[in-house]
Design a protein around this ligand. Structure first.
Ligand SMILES: [Zn+2]
Length: 404
């Protein structure tokens, strides 16, 4: 099972699709690739890989930038969809010229990234981000755009702050009274209700009016508002205190169905975890360590498939490691490094033998991944299945990922 220098992953035509998209974030992967997090109107957040994009000759390199609306052609992949074509629809070039508007655009992308689920379409959030970039590009004050975006995103997420009625008693707030802004309970408290003292939580009437304006006014009217800088600052810190309530902070839980019930460890917002996922999707050789009954660790190269959050191996039914696994299911698996000790991916996990799992000839994803190798090294799927017919699934319990 010697590794080949290159390989191809054939992509059938019907697995291609076209979508509008905004790049939310990206990071370099391998020598010339880049992994992108996209927001799309029809599929929500999507992770995609742009292969060879960092090479000078790349056709698509220059156009796959954040803060632009793109039309992409993609091919479905197991872990990441693959970008095959890019067309820039709206480059929004002006918003990049100014550091503050650039920073605001980054902030909005980050908010969208952490609040949206993968493959969960919310077209209104896509349109919100698109509109935000349009008005930023048109020169609206970045602070106003940011507050407008925060308020409407909160609305989309179903946590619109209450600025008309007291969150505690429900009474309509009156112009003559004193208000307190209490983010943990979702809005403004009237002067009659108990709560934090006015000198720490107090909010001015102008601040309250500006919050209402962000909820009600269209952007043209907002852009034209004259507001004292102190009031803008007050509303900015009010929204800053409110925003941590927006869901999505911290590690994401994968749904039990998507992960096959495996232990939660891959945080899609963690670059290192995503890098490990990318390697697991494309690497064809891993090294598996098991421990013999008398405690001796043993390591062998394996072929594997990353599927539903677990590692699938077709073991040789005669292998000694099967007895190791029966006695001690704890294993360690690592991928190859880059040749100089960098780019490390190590998975620790628990293995189980699942005789009922589909065998090699009935596993299209496995056949696709090892296309070529199965014929070359194992005399075809049927022959391979005579020997390598012991499906072993490894549920990861810990991942070490140190991108190069
Ligand atoms: Zn009240």
């Amino acid at each position: 099972m010697a590794a080949l220098g290159c390989y191809r992953l054939p992509v059938p035509i019907q697995r291609r699709y076209t979508t509008d998209a905004i790049v939310l974030s990206r990071f370099d992967y391998g020598e010339a690739d880049r992994i992108l997090t996209l927001l799309t109107p029809g599929s929500g957040k999507v992770k995609a890989i742009a292969k060879g994009i960092r090479r000078q000759k790349s056709r698509i390199g220059g156009s796959l930038e954040p803060f632009a609306e793109l039309r992409l052609a993609l091919a479905h992949g197991r872990t990441f969809d693959v970008v095959t074509q890019v067309e820039v629809i709206h480059p929004w070039l002006r918003l990049r010229d100014d550091l503050v508007s650039f920073g605001t655009a980054s902030y909005m992308a980050e908010m969208a990234e952490r609040t949206q689920e993968e493959r969960h379409a919310v077209e209104s959030v896509y349109l919100l981000l698109k509109r935000g970039y349009e008005i930023l590009d048109a020169g609206m004050a970045p602070g106003r755009v940011a507050r407008w975006f925060e308020m409407h995103l909160a609305d989309e997420l179903g946590i619109r702050p209450d600025v008309d009625r007291c969150v505690e008693c429900g009474r309509l707030l009156e112009a003559g009274e004193r208000y307190r802004w209490v983010p943990p309970i979702g809005g403004v408290l009237c002067e009659r209700c108990p709560g934090p003292p006015h000198d720490t939580a107090g909010m001015s009437l102008e601040g309250l009016k500006l919050l209402k304006a962000y909820q009600r006014m269209d952007v043209e009217a907002l852009a034209a508002l004259r507001v004292r800088p102190e009031v803008e600052a007050e509303v900015e810190s009010a929204m800053r205190a409110f925003i941590p309530r927006v869901p999505g902070r911290g590690p994401r839980r994968r749904s039990a169905r998507a992960s096959g019930g495996s232990k939660v460890i891959f945080d899609p917002n963690d670059e290192r975890a995503v890098h490990a996922l990318a390697r697991l999707a494309v690497d064809r050789i891993a090294w598996l360590s098991t421990v013999t009954v008398d405690g001796q660790p043993q390591t062998m190269p394996i072929w594997f498939l990353w599927v539903n959050g677990e590692i699938l191996i077709y073991g040789d039914h005669r292998a000694r490691r099967n007895a190791n696994l029966e006695a001690n299911p704890r294993v360690s698996m690592h991928l190859n490094d880059d040749g100089s000790g960098n780019d490390i991916v190590v998975i620790e996990g628990e293995a189980r033998i699942e005789p009922e799992h589909p065998q090699v000839p009935d596993n299209p994803a496995y056949l696709e991944k090892y296309d070529g190798w199965i014929d070359q090294y194992a005399d075809g799927p049927a022959k391979m299945a005579q020997t390598y017919n012991l499906p072993i699934l490894i549920r990861p319990t810990r991942v070490v990922s140190i991108p190069g």
